[in-house]
Design a protein around this ligand. Sequence first.
Ligand SMILES: NC(=O)c1ccc[n+]([C@@H]2O[C@H](COP(=O)([O-])OP(=O)(O)OC[C@H]3O[C@@H](n4cnc5c(N)ncnc54)[C@H](OP(=O)(O)O)[C@@H]3O)[C@@H](O)[C@H]2O)c1
Length: 290
Amino acid sequence: MKIVIIGAGNVGTALAVLLQRAGHQIVGLTCRTPASAAAAAAHVQAPYGTDPLQFTPHADLVFITTPDRFIGDICAQIAEAKGFKQGTVVVHTSGAHSSALLKEAIPLGAFPLSFHPLQTFADPLAGVKNLPGSYITIEGHEQALDVGRRLVKDLQCRLLEIPTESKPLYHCAAVIACNYFTAVIDAALQTMEVAGIKRHEALPALYPLIEGTFKNIAKSGTTDALTGPVARGDVGTVEKHLAALSAKIPHLLPLYSALGQVAVDIAARKETLDALGQQQLLKLFGEEIK
Ligand SMILES: NC(=O)c1ccc[n+]([C@@H]2O[C@H](COP(=O)([O-])OP(=O)(O)OC[C@H]3O[C@@H](n4cnc5c(N)ncnc54)[C@H](OP(=O)(O)O)[C@@H]3O)[C@@H](O)[C@H]2O)c1
């Protein structure tokens, strides 16, 4: 297929590289600034610019991989200028938004698709390395879904299809697993720092623990993987944590307590925490989250 990428940043550039490797032709890349467009184009030796209309009329597939807030307007501007040919599949990669964001392309005979890689793209080359083997979630116009399924295969990824209305909650789950996981690790590092252990020592010290937890979750799921004072019902240990946080880093009390409540649910499911323990811990955590 002839593919155009509008907004060739981390995701757009990685997709351009991988789709070119799969045999597709990148017929144009655009960014807001010429320098970004040139940098992205250097990865695939493709034509580039800042005006999508220079390329979109010749495309079978148009990816709009700008930040979410620009996708709808960019699609509408191209549609207004009649810049999609009939049968073009117009795609965005936002996790939270559905293909409805691209509805302005439909009157021209183009077909909208949302195509969300369930992977993190810290930079284009990390994306190229990490994407194969990941899941890609698609949803959209009936005529576009077949193209989406084929692209998932071409990228050597795995397919997840979801109903349009599920996108916000689906993306919420991805944000909790990825971005908020990063935030949780940062909170652990902040706590280490206040305990007198510097960040550059704390991260390598915590990393084997993090990795061991990942392995346990991958092997047997979150219920079996939960260990620690909540799973054991050591209420006094949790009280010590709350007192220390309250004295030294009170801004982390709500986070500790909210995650503690989720851990109580898991421990109840695991049947290692009795009803009294659950009640005592939920009372302690509840007092910290007003
Ligand atoms: N990063 C991730 O881990 C990830 C994962 C899955 C899905 N996504 C989704 O993928 C999409 C892109 O995210 P990203 O992280 O790749 O973004 P990004 O690295 O910030 O890249 C955004 C690109 O869009 C261009 N751009 C910004 N405003 C524009 C405009 N008004 N017109 C044309 N181009 C414009 C930027 O060009 P300039 O550099 O010239 O400003 C840049 O090339 C988003 O919908 C996001 O939700 C991201």
